[in-house]
Design a protein around this ligand. Structure first.
Ligand SMILES: CC(C)(COP(=O)(O)OP(=O)(O)OC[C@H]1O[C@@H](n2cnc3c(N)ncnc32)[C@H](O)[C@@H]1OP(=O)(O)O)[C@@H](O)C(=O)NCCC(=O)NCCS
Length: 170
């Protein structure tokens, strides 16, 4: 496991780097650079980034859905290709759930495409480590998208408490 990785909340100077990791992932939906700037400004407390030698190598973005206090939604998570499969995704997820702004959430929600085996493994593994259930439902079906896009299946992981999140690595 990498020891020299620093984790912190993003700020607006990270928006372009997050956009680049998403672009280079070849898997994640690439949104406008402006949207990542907004996330880094107005939703930074429910996001997390990882950097090594001053270079951004991973991120997770999310928010607390209004009116559903029990939920923390993870929108996108991405790891630089050179760093995948070394535990960083799970560390970022652990930090994401332990962010102060995630306090009180007892359920993690995210959406994943059926073809994304790595992401499914990450979230199913997290549910296992949290000692809780992982329910999968259709989420956003393909017909809701304007053009050729896989269904985004909704993963609902929980319930869990703060003590359980401590079982995910730091
Ligand atoms: C998905 C992603 C964030 C996972 O991060 P990562 O650092 O590679 O994952 P980790 O090393 O922390 O592994 C977490 C778990 O997933 C498993 N896993 C990781 N990559 C995998 C792969 N390609 N196939 C199957 N399982 C995989 C690991 O074995 C581990 O399982 P465990 O909990 O049973 O030990 C990373 O692969 C990525 O950035 N992919 C491209 C972007 C993406 O798909 N984002 C998610 C969209 S919702």
């Amino acid at each position: 496991m990498n020891k020299d990785i620093a984790f912190r909340m993003p700020d607006v100077t990270d928006g372009a780097d997050i956009w680049r990791i998403v672009r280079d992932s070849g898997v994640l939906d690439l949104n406008s650079a402006y949207l990542y700037l907004l996330l880094c400004k107005d939703f930074r407390e429910t996001c997390i980034v990882a950097e090594q030698d001053g270079r951004l190598i991973g991120f997770a973005t999310g928010y607390r859905p209004p009116g559903r206090e029990e939920v923390i939604f993870l929108w996108q998570i991405g790891i630089d290709a050179s760093q995948r499969g070394q535990g960083l995704g799970k560390r970022l997820l652990g930090r994401f759930l332990r962010n102060a702004a995630a306090a009180g959430a007892t359920r993690l929600e995210t959406t994943i495409s059926p073809s994304n085996a790595a992401s499914q493994a990450l979230f199913r593994g997290a549910a296992r480590d949290l000692g809780t259930d992982c329910q999968v439902s259709p989420g956003f079906t393909a017909d809701l998208f304007p053009s050729g896009h896989e269904t985004e299946e909704l993963y609902r992981i929980g319930p869990f408490d703060a003590a359980a999140t401590a079982r995910l690595p730091s």
